[in-house]
Structure formats: structure tokens, C-alpha cells
Design a protein. Structure first.
Lengths: 115, 543, 318
């Protein structure tokens, strides 16, 4: 696959959220960064698009995403008070859906802010 | 297809004042007639039929309001609760409702279109995210321009033509609808802790540019670009005793241009200080009545809890010093600022009592209901869901007198409301809540019930208790769908965003880019809101 | 006083001549903060950049940020609140006890000098980090700093800003505020949002064992939380969505691998000053995005019978 480039990419490693990062990718990894700091460069280069992990695990055993989604939905549905926690490293679009899900299952939703 | 049969229809835009007639709907629009077995009939005899309400000036989404939500958790605890159901999202009501609750509350009151009145371009993406989560109602937004330093620098240089292209580019970058001016020059000065109090004095940090120049230039550009909504202006010296002179001067500067004067109540005070503050609504109304180039909204206040949110940073610092309560301030680089101070209006407080009267006086003394609209500058004067209380006060002079009796006697000497006997008719209420604001916003498919209009319709049980009648519509239709029935939300539809794309010289980007890289902290390419972000937006291209 | 007097980072870049960092080490933790937004940036009204600005660092220990500062004030650990309170008193010309001031590790002279600098700044900014907000005093320290800055506005233009850490933690605050009214720790178990920090905050919920399932999104409490909280997560059905297999994944019943935010998942993230920025992915992940997986879980739950007061009404009462 030929390298692809992106100017003005946004780095979500720290709260600076610099949005002027230049990136160059070759296949499933980022090979070059411009204007990023050390932390940002490591962030971009360490997250590849390789298939390093199983799609999903149920009780430690590999499973399909469909099965895992089904299992997750059952657990959350059956719980009286589930906790939805984290949210700090996902997109706002995912955060919106996470709040909607917490509401649907009647749980607590919380981020790293509460620490 | 749907037929609303036998209601008394108030459709001021089409000259219909209480005639009994059917309203027919197909494909989300009003049509002349519908036939056949598939037609649902809503029997509306004995009921009153209005076009859906249009709010010309409200603050329901974006960085400032969301800041206020975070600052007032104690209010959410006391507020009405919106309980999750298979149909509805959870939320809290109160003085700064959550986005979903905002949509339900507006629809529940029969309002189907709202104009978010203050959007910084830099955080416009945030405003649109919230508007997407505000269901049922259609939405437009006004973009803050009167303290934009790139524009102010161009005015300083006398580069009017380039300013025009920049402004047009900025509206499209924000995916906005209109242009808002807040305390022209004053917010830019606030970045240094100063204000702009005299329209003819240069703005702090500038040699030539004055608030008057900013106002005149912006009004001229908005007219030149033929934006559907005129310049939407919040005058200098908001809330300050004696500010009537600034307001009248602003209106004189605007002669020859269209303009919308926002929350006029906060700008119609006489006196020299808080102890001598008095109503100057009569003087404002007299000038206003003689100048048909202007429209206005009331910005009425009601007694009770509120949170004041405005791009007028210096005023909010003053209010913080006066109240000693919470103060939020958020200055936005190169563009604007905003201040947030929770406030309680009390009937026993002479100043608040005068403010209460001024809002009503303006609504009653301005004689053309097509030019003055019902607002409370939500959440500044009161929450939007209290509009029915204002309607009650406007329609019932004896109720008004009853309320006046509860005010401190010192307040009564400073207002003219006790001498005003006018009572609004139903047709006039339909005008100030729907037909008028729709026309001022330049939305030809809103605010009326003629063929081709969006089928946004509100049906009330007629009642002598006007507060009750307008609080609880019997049916509300949005785009032909029955969304409210018997006081309950029955269906949740997505509202659309209304957006304007003015024409501009594409080369303006080459002018802006280097300035931008110097002054801003985000990449130029990441500044404009992406069009694909806005699903189902209604984009109007201007030639 | 409550609230916050703040601004976007460009205001600092364009105007600030006095920059205070308190309880943080930006040189290591926010490496581009100095050059993009604050100290070294050339701004509209500070065209000379670094030369036009004074930087004060307040911290309990020497960090690599010290060499960027003009003035370093080393506070004794746990004494931040006392220092801020003394500054507020000096600002109002109120008497202070020198012996009490000495307990903070700083001298009255140093603090008076700082107050003078603050009052005489043209535009001052105070950034505060976890060294202030996560140590003795916690939110009391934040409140004290926010109040100090608000009060400084009687003299000059002054703003403050927390140095938020994790990439999009600010986005989580923003989204929760507009959807529920509250910024974090929101309990929806009654069907409407309730907020009570200390009761509905994750650690409290976990340590008490209140929750009977957990969905962990892009976080690794299994590596960072107190042991009783981790034990509870292992006891209940825990579900993890993460681009990697984390400590928490290993104790979870369900793990789903997701695309990495901003690298292979598109969307929006908020900067520490609440400016939303677009995320444009450059890689195509073999895994679905968090957004997609959460949506699919939502849809699976949504088709199940809704819980409602009516459902509980069928349970006979004693």
C-alpha cells in the first residue's frame, strides 16, 4: 500500500489536543510525524492498524464481535445498576452513545474527572 | 395526510383572524386540500389553531450555556426531571435545561423553531453538536461578529469590501444563519478588562474604530449580502441605568438599514444609578414606532431564578461584583467572550420590579405586533418555558393590575405600566410568537399556515385562563407529525438546522490563512464546521 | 464564590504577560503547551514572544519545567491552600501572620512580590494541574485558586485554566453536561440524572460494591484503581472496549477490541479549553470504532422489554 499523508491531524494524547500534526502512513502504520512532541510521536507510531489482538474475548476465549456485543448487552440489561466508566479516550460521538446506553440500562456514567 | 377540522384559525401572515376553517397537511407541508381514506382528521372545533411558535432570540446550545449548566448543579437538582422512557431521553429542566429536555419543553409549549442567538465561530462545532441533540424543533443560529478582531482591524483600515468577504466566509465557516453584534467593541475591550460605553469613542486598542462604526458597517454588510435576517444587535451598556441614550443612539446609527434589537427591555432604562433607575420604555417605543426599519424582541423578565449568560463580559463582571455570587467568564480568542452569573429576580426589589414592568411596557407600547416579539432572552430574563406567563400578562389587564399591586410603591413611580390598558388579542399573540419572528428571521415557510408552509401547527383548548391555555397545547404538529397530544410528547422527530451560504470571493481564504496562523491556536483547515457534520441541514445559497 | 474565569488558549497566546503554572509539569506532561499556546508563542499583542512574558512556577518539587520559569516558588507539600489564601489576603491588604506563612515554605516577601506582579500584569493567567487538585485539599484548592483569579479582576485582567490530562476527558465533561446537566459521576438509575460526587463517583461506587456490572470505555481501572475497586470489577460482569488488551480486559468477562481514537476512528475531541476539534483518521483499522460497538450494544438492549415502574408494580408488596 502506498504511503498516505495527512496534514493538520489532531493528536489526542494529552489535553493540548494539537491539531497541526503532519502524518505519513505506510500500510497499517504511521511512519512519520511532523510537529508532534515526543509523547505525540510515540502515540501515533505505537498505534498501528495491525490485527494484534483478537476481535473480542468472552471469558478469556476468542469470540466474534457479534457474540461479544450480544453478551455485553445481556450483562448490562440484566444488571440493576451497571457502571459505565472511562470515556476520556474515546470520541465525543462515542461518549454521546455511552451516555444514551447508561440511560437505557439505568446506570452510573462517569469519567476520569471524578478521580 | 391530515386535516385539522373546524378550529378557529389565527394565521396573521395570511390575514386570517379567528375564522373557522380546515387546515390540510400532506408531506409535511400545508396544502389546500386533502382527500381520501388515508386522511387522519383532528377534530378541532372549539379549539384555537396557531402556526407553531418561533423563538427569535434564545440561548439553548453551545459553550456558554453548557458552561452555565456546569455552574448550576443545585438548580438541576431542584428542576423538573425528564425520566427516560422508550420514547424520551432523560434530562433536567429548570433554568438551563439539557438539550433533549429543551426540545421537549419547546415542543410541549407549541414552539417549533428556535434561533440560538450567540455562536462563536471557534466553538460553532460544539453548538451544532448540541443542536443535533435538541429534538423536534428546527434551529438556526446567529454568529458573533461585533468583536471579531480580524473584522475590527479591517474596519480600522477602512477595508469595507474585504470585510464583507471575510464576514460571509465566517458565516459559512460557522454554518450560521445570521449575524449577531454583542456590545460592539466592548467585548474586545474586555479582553483588556475595559468596556465600550460611548458609541463615538474609539474602542480600546484601536485608533479609529468606534462602536458606532462597527454597528453601521455590520448592518451595511448584512444588507449587502441580503442575509434573510437583519443584523441582530445587543446594544452597548446592557442593564445599566441611563442606557436609553445609548439605545436611541444605536437606533439612529442604524437608520437606513434593517436591524433587530435584541432583548430591548435590558436597554430601556433612565436614571443615573441603581437608586434612581426608571423605565424609559415610552421613549424607546416612541422612537421605535416611527422607524419601520427595526424589529425587536422584548427580553422580558419574570420574578424567580435565572442565570444570566451573555457575550457581554464586562457587564457580567459588574453583576458578579453586585451579587457576590458565582461568576463564569469565557473569553474566546479574537472573537468574543461570555460571562455567566446566576441571578434571582425579586418582586420586592425595586430595580427588578422596574425591569419586570419595562419588558411588558415595551410589548404594550410598541404598537405594531409585527415588529416586537415575545422573548425572555432565555435564560437571562426568565426561562423560555415561562412564556405563557408573559402571554397571560399581555392579554389580561386586570391580572396585570393585580400583579402591580404587589410591587413596592417606590417602583410604581418609575414605570408607566399602571397607565397602560391595552390587552393583546389572540391574533396579536400569534403575531408576536410566530408570524412576526418568522418574518424577521426571513423564514418564508415558518410562522404561517398558507399552502407551502411547513406543517408546524399548535392547537389550543380555548380557555379564559390564558396562562393555562398557552402552557398546555392540546396538539402540536411538527412537519405534519403529531408530536404532542394531550400534554404528552407522542412522537420525537429530528429538527432540521437552517443555514445560510452567502456568496464570497474564494480568494479571501488566502488573505485569512496567514492572519489566522498568527492569531489563532487551531489549524485554519480545522476551523470551519464540516458540512457533512450536519445531517439533513436546510442550506440556503445566496447569490 | 463558584464558577470559573477563563478563556481559550489563543487569548493567552495573544495577550498574557504573566503566566503562572501551579502544581503541574508542562515540560514533561504537555510538551507543546509552551510553544503553541503560552510562553514561547508570538501573539498578536505579545509579538516578542518569550521576552514579553514572565513565567512563575509553583510546585512542591523541582521538575524539568523549572528551567523554563523566571520565578520558581517551592511550596511545602500540602500547603497550597494556605498559600492561595495568603495571596487572597494580601490582595485585599489584610494582615497575615508571618509565622503561619513560613509554614508554607515561602516567605511573605515572595508572596507579596507575586501579588504585586499579579496586580500589575496586563493580562495574567494561572494554569493549575493535578499537583494542586489531587493533593491535600483537592477541590478546596481548586476553589481557592478560582476565587483568587476572579478577585484579581478587580485590579486587572486575569484568567485561570485547569491543565486537563487525558486526550478527550474534556469532551466527556462537555457531552455529559449537555445530555444530563452534570459533568461526571451521573446516576441514571432512577431514569433521570442525579449528581453527587463522592457518592456516584466511580471509586466510591466500586469500593462500596454498588454496581452489578461495568462497561469500561478506553480506561484501565484494573491498573490504576485501589485494590478493593479492582476486586469488585473482577467479581461482577465487566465489559471492556479498548484498542489494546488491558489489565482490566484480563479480569473482564467480555473484551472487544476497538479502533484507536483519532488514528483509525473519526469524530470530535475537545481541547482543555473546550474547543472542539475534528479527528481525521489516517489508518484503516481491522476493528470497529467504540462508537459503532456502543451503538450495537445499545440497539441490542433497546429491543428488550423496557424496565419501567409498571414492571415493578407487578411485584407484590409486603
Amino acid at each position: 500500500m502506498p504511503p498516505t499523508t495527512l496534514e493538520n491531524a489532531t493528536c489526542t494524547f494529552c489535553g493540548c489536543v494539537c491539531d497541526n500534526i503532519g502524518l505519513e502512513a505506510d500500510g497499517d502504520r504511521i511512519v512519520k510525524t511532523k510537529r508532534a512532541c515526543g509523547l505525540g510521536e510515540a502515540w501515533f507510531k505505537n498505534h498501528t492498524a495491525e490485527r494484534l489482538y483478537p476481535d473480542a474475548l468472552i471469558d478469556g476465549k476468542p469470540a466474534s464481535v457479534d457474540e461479544a456485543v450480544e453478551a455485553a448487552a445481556d450483562y448490562l440489561y440484566q444488571a440493576n445498576m451497571p457502571l459505565v466508566y472511562g470515556l476520556s479516550n474515546i470520541t465525543c460521538e462515542a461518549q454521546r452513545k455511552a451516555v444514551a446506553l447508561a440511560e437505557l440500562v439505568g446506570g452510573v456514567v462517569d469519567s476520569h474527572t471524578s478521580l | 395526510m391530515l386535516r385539522i377540522s373546524g378550529g378557529r384559525v389565527y394565521d396573521p401572515a395570511n390575514g386570517i383572524q379567528g375564522e373557522v376553517k380546515d387546515i390540510c397537511i400532506a408531506d409535511g407541508r400545508i396544502v389546500n386540500d386533502v382527500q381520501g381514506a388515508a386522511v387522519r382528521t383532528i377534530p378541532a372545533s372549539g379549539m384555537v389553531v396557531f402556526p407553531g411558535g418561533v423563538d427569535v432570540h434564545t440561548h439553548v446550545a453551545g459553550a456558554a450555556l453548557n458552561f452555565a449548566r456546569g455552574m448550576t448543579p443545585e438548580n438541576h437538582r431542584a428542576a423538573a426531571k425528564f425520566i427516560h422512557s422508550p420514547l424520551l431521553r432523560a434530562g433536567t429542566g429548570g433554568i438551563t435545561p439539557t438539550t433533549f429536555a429543551t426540545g421537549y419543553l419547546y415542543a410541549g409549549m407549541g414552539y417549533t423553531t428556535v434561533n440560538e442567538a450567540a455562536v462563536p465561530i471557534l466553538s460553532a462545532r460544539h453548538t451544532h453538536e448540541e443542536l443535533r441533540d435538541t429534538p423536534i424543533v428546527d434551529k438556526s443560529s446567529c454568529v458573533l461578529m461585533a468583536n471579531n478582531e480580524i473584522l475590527l482591524d479591517l474596519f480600522e483600515e477602512g477595508e469595507t469590501e474585504r470585510a464583507r468577504d471575510v464576514l460571509a466566509w465566517l458565516i459559512w465557516a460557522a454554518k450560521g444563519y445570521g449575524v449577531k453584534a454583542v456590545n460592539p467593541g466592548g467585548v474586545a475591550a474586555w479582553k483588556w478588562g475595559k468596556d465600550a460605553k460611548v458609541l463615538s469613542d474609539p474602542v480600546h486598542g484601536y485608533g479609529k474604530v468606534t462602536p458606532a462604526i462597527i454597528i453601521a458597517q455590520l448592518a451595511a454588510i448584512v444588507d449587502h449580502l441580503r442575509l434573510p435576517h437583519p443584523l441582530h444587535i445587543h446594544c452597548n451598556n446592557l442593564g445599566v441605568p441611563g442606557n436609553v441614550s445609548t439605545t436611541l443612539e444605536t437606533m439612529r446609527v442604524l437608520e437606513g438599514h434593517r436591524a433587530h434589537m435584541a432583548h430591548l427591555q435590558f436597554h430601556a432604562y433612565g436614571g443615573d444609578d441603581w437608586t434612581t433607575l426608571r423605565s424609559e420604555a415610552a421613549a424607546v417605543a416612541e422612537y421605535f414606532n416611527a422607524h419601520p426599519n427595526l424589529t425587536a424582541d422584548a427580553g422580558a423578565i419574570l420574578f424567580g431564578n435565572s442565570v444570566t449568560i451573555t457575550a457581554d463580559g464586562p457587564w457580567q463582571h459588574l453583576l458578579y461584583q453586585l451579587t457576590g455570587r458565582k461568576w463564569g467568564n469565557l473569553d474566546v480568542e479574537n472573537e468574543t467572550g461570555c460571562g455567566i452569573v446566576p441571578y434571582v429576580y425579586k418582586g420586592s426589589n425595586v430595580v427588578n420590579a422596574v425591569q419586570w414592568a419595562v419588558g411588558l411596557e415595551l410589548l404594550l407600547l410598541i404598537d405594531d405586533p409585527w415588529r416586537i416579539f415575545l422573548t425572555t432572552d432565555h435564560p437571562n430574563g426568565a426561562c423560555f418555558w415561562r412564556y405563557p406567563e408573559v402571554i397571560h400578562l399581555l392579554m389580561d389587564a386586570s391580572f396585570r393590575r393585580e400583579c402591580l399591586r404587589k410591587l413596592p410603591s417606590r417602583a410604581l413611580k418609575r414605570i408607566v405600566l399602571p397607565d397602560v390598558d391595552r390587552e393583546y388579542t389572540l391574533s396579536e399573540i400569534a403575531t408576536i410568537t410566530s408570524a412576526g419572528p418568522a418574518r424577521a428571521l426571513g423564514m418564508p415557510r415558518k410562522g404561517h399556515l398558507g399552502p407551502g408552509a411547513d406543517a408546524d401547527v399548535t392547537i389550543y383548548n380555548e380557555s379564559p385562563d390564558r396562562g393555562l391555555m398557552f402552557r398546555h397545547p392540546r396538539y402540536v404538529l411538527k412537519g405534519g407529525e403529531v408530536v404532542v397530544e394531550e400534554g404528552d410528547i407522542r412522537k420525537v422527530v429530528d429538527g432540521r438546522e437552517l443555514i445560510v451560504r452567502p456568496a464570497y470571493d474564494e480568494n479571501i481564504e488566502e488573505y485569512l490563512r496567514p492572519l489566522f496562523e498568527q492569531y489563532y491556536t487551531v489549524a485554519f483547515e480545522n476551523y470551519p464546521v464540516e458540512q457533512e457534520r450536519l445531517e439533513g441541514a436546510d442550506i440556503r445559497e445566496l447569490g | 464564590m463558584g464558577g470559573k474565569v477563563t478563556c481559550t488558549l489563543g487569548e493567552v497566546k495573544n495577550r498574557a504577560d504573566l503566566i503562572i503554572y501551579w502544581g503541574g509539569n508542562p515540560a514533561d506532561c504537555h510538551p507543546l503547551h509552551f510553544s503553541r499556546y503560552t510562553l514561547n508563542a508570538k501573539g498578536k499583542h505579545v509579538p516578542q514572544g518569550r521576552k514579553g512574558r514572565t513565567m512563575v512556577l509553583v510546585d512542591v518539587r523541582e521538575t524539568p519545567s523549572v528551567r523554563f520559569s523566571d520565578i520558581f516558588l517551592q511550596v511545602r507539600p500540602g500547603k497550597d491552600f494556605e498559600v492561595v489564601t495568603t495571596l487572597r489576603a494580601l490582595l485585599k491588604n489584610r494582615p497575615v501572620d508571618e509565622a503561619r506563612v513560613a509554614e508554607t515554605g515561602l516567605t511573605l516577601e515572595q508572596l507579596q512580590n507575586l501579588v504585586d506582579r499579579m496586580k500589575n500584569a496586563r493580562f495574567g493567567v494561572l494554569f493549575f494541574g493535578m499537583g494542586l487538585t489531587m493533593t491535600r485539599g483537592k477541590h478546596m484548592n481548586s476553589a481557592a485558586v478560582l476565587t483568587l483569579v476572579a478577585e484579581l479582576n478587580a485590579f486587572t485582567k486575569f484568567v485561570s485554566m485547569p491543565m486537563r490530562g487525558h486526550g478527550n476527558v474534556t469532551g466527556a465533561d462537555v457531552v455529559m453536561r449537555w445530555t444530563t446537566g452534570f459533568p461526571f459521576g451521573v446516576n441514571l438509575s432512577r431514569g433521570y440524572p442525579r449528581f453527587n460526587p463522592g457518592e456516584f463517583s466511580t471509586i466510591d461506587v466500586l469500593v462500596r460494591g454498588d454496581n452489578d456490572a461495568a462497561l469500561i470505555l478506553g480506561a484501565d481501572p484494573g491498573a490504576t484503581m485501589p485494590q478493593p475497586a479492582i476486586d469488585h470489577l473482577a467479581r461482577i460482569p465487566t465489559i471492556v472496549l479498548d484498542p489494546k488488551l488491558t489489565h482490566t480486559s484480563r479480569l473482564a468477562r467480555v473484551h472487544i477490541t476497538t479502533a484507536t481514537t483519532g488514528i483509525s476512528a473519526p469524530g470530535t475531541a475537545y481541547r482543555m479549553d473546550e474547543i472542539p476539534l475534528p479527528l481525521k483518521p489516517i489508518l484503516k483499522s481491522p476493528y470497529p470504532t467504540d462508537e459503532e460497538v456502543i451503538r450495537r450494544i445499545y440497539e441490542k438492549v433497546k429491543v428488550k422489554p423496557a424496565w419501567s415502574p409498571a414492571a415493578y408494580a407487578k411485584v407484590p408488596c409486603a
